[in-house]
Design a protein around this ligand. Structure first.
Ligand code: GDP
Ligand code: ZN
Length: 367
């Protein structure tokens, strides 16, 4: 790649989050004549990659290994065959900075990557219904776990016209989410949207939250056009067959990139023990001061968590929430491991059967 095309590529890909660090990581592939691009959509062995020459349909065969964590996913930065390649392959993926992983899946025990290289995880929480702080904590746990920076957006603020009440609600969430920015937005009136636009104005963002929280409305407001229309745009693939293109990664008009995948919409709790700890950092900090290292904060002497409960520094709800999330998380991990064990057993049985068959075949030949 010569200098002028390199700068041209950095110019167009910058809209999709390309920066100097990605460029530096890519140098070795540029030397091999490969083209950089970001995956905007994945389906059945192929993906759409936005490159300096526009959107390219590429085969993912080269990077689909046994490890599902290495499967191409929306948000990945890829090295793609140059224009004359037919078909064009994704040759490799640049190491991910962050990743949203779902560890519970009905079919397999391994994790499933939902989005890669996300900088901001924006948790949408509706003010139209009673605040469920436990749910906020759950979404924050998976945001932290991904490596992205979480933020909370309280949506439909027009439904809470009293500023004092609104202030209390914000405070409740701020207490629940130490160190996490909490914004209020009304998509109806446009109030607070500028703050959100600024927050997602650099890097890549995802919107998390319960169905009805106002994510689609926010996405439309951020993108500045109907995302649903964008989704329905028709395209012709290499085989001349019409397919509905779902572009799951969109550049925002005031900067930044939004990833909106159906998989991320309905996320439950993943394997997020580390994330749970970050959401409940004050409890973890107290626990360090307990006399016993493995204190369960039940009836042990010298328990800093219980004394914080007694003094009122730590709300009971908060500890219960923490315990519930930890239990749930352990259950998911245990379930995953059980599946893994069953799979390993099945594999041994299969190998055993093959071995026996081979032995019998040998014996048969000898006789
Ligand atoms: P999603 O399921 O999270 O994508 O939520 P939607 O964006 O579909 O919004 C759910 C409902 O909330 C829709 O009926 C929206 O019209 C409504 N809604 C979204 N934003 C606002 C808002 O700022 N104010 C009010 N009053 N309603 C809103
Ligand atoms: Zn304790």
């Amino acid at each position: 790649m010569n200098l002028s095309s390199a700068s041209a590529s950095s110019h167009s890909l910058a809209l999709y989050g390309w920066d100097e660090d990605w460029a530096a990581e890519f140098t070795v592939y540029a030397d091999q004549g490969l083209v950089p691009g970001r995956v905007v959509r994945v389906d059945r062995g192929q993906c759409d990659v936005v490159t300096p020459d526009g959107i390219v349909r590429a085969d993912t065969e080269f990077v689909v290994p046994r490890d599902p964590m290495k499967v191409v996913c929306t948000g990945d930065w890829a090295a793609v065959d140059p224009e004359d390649g037919d078909p064009r392959y994704v040759r490799t993926l640049l190491p991910r900075r962050t990743a949203f992983v779902r560890s519970t899946s009905s079919k397999r025990s391994e994790g499933q990557i939902l989005a890669a290289n996300v900088d901001h995880a924006v948790v949408a929480v509706s003010l139209a219904v009673e605040l469920d702080l436990g749910r906020v904590e759950r979404f924050l746990a998976l945001a932290w776990e991904s490596g992205a920076q979480p933020a909370v957006v309280l949506t439909k603020a027009d439904l809470v016209p009293d500023p004092v009440t609104l202030g209390h609600l914000v405070q409740d969430v701020e207490t629940t989410a130490p160190g996490v920015p909490v914004l209020t937005v009304s998509a109806l009136h446009g109030d607070g949207l500028d703050t959100l636009v600024a927050l997602v104005g650099s890097g890549t963002s995802v919107l998390l939250g319960q169905s009805g929280a106002g994510k689609s409305t926010l996405a439309n407001a951020l993108v500045g056009e109907d995302v649903m229309d964008v989704r329905a745009a028709r395209d012709v693939d290499g085989k001349g067959r019409h397919t509905t293109t779902t572009r799951n990664l969109l550049p925002l008009p005031s900067g930044g990139v939004l990833i909106d995948t159906p998989g991320l919409r309905g996320v439950g709790l993943f394997d997020a023990e580390g994330g749970v700890g970050q959401v409940f950092s004050e409890i973890e900090e107290l626990a360090v001061q307990c006399r016993f290292q493995d204190c369960a904060h039940e009836s042990e002497p010298g328990c800093a968590v219980r004394s914080a409960l007694e003094s009122g520094d730590l709300p009971v709800r908060r500890l219960e929430s923490y315990r519930k999330l930890m239990r749930e998380n352990q259950w998911i991990v245990a379930k995953t491991d059980a599946r893994l064990r069953a799979e390993i057993k099945k594999d041994w049985k299969r190998k055993g059967a093959q071995g026996r068959a081979a032995m019998e075949a040998k014996r048969g030949r000898r006789q």
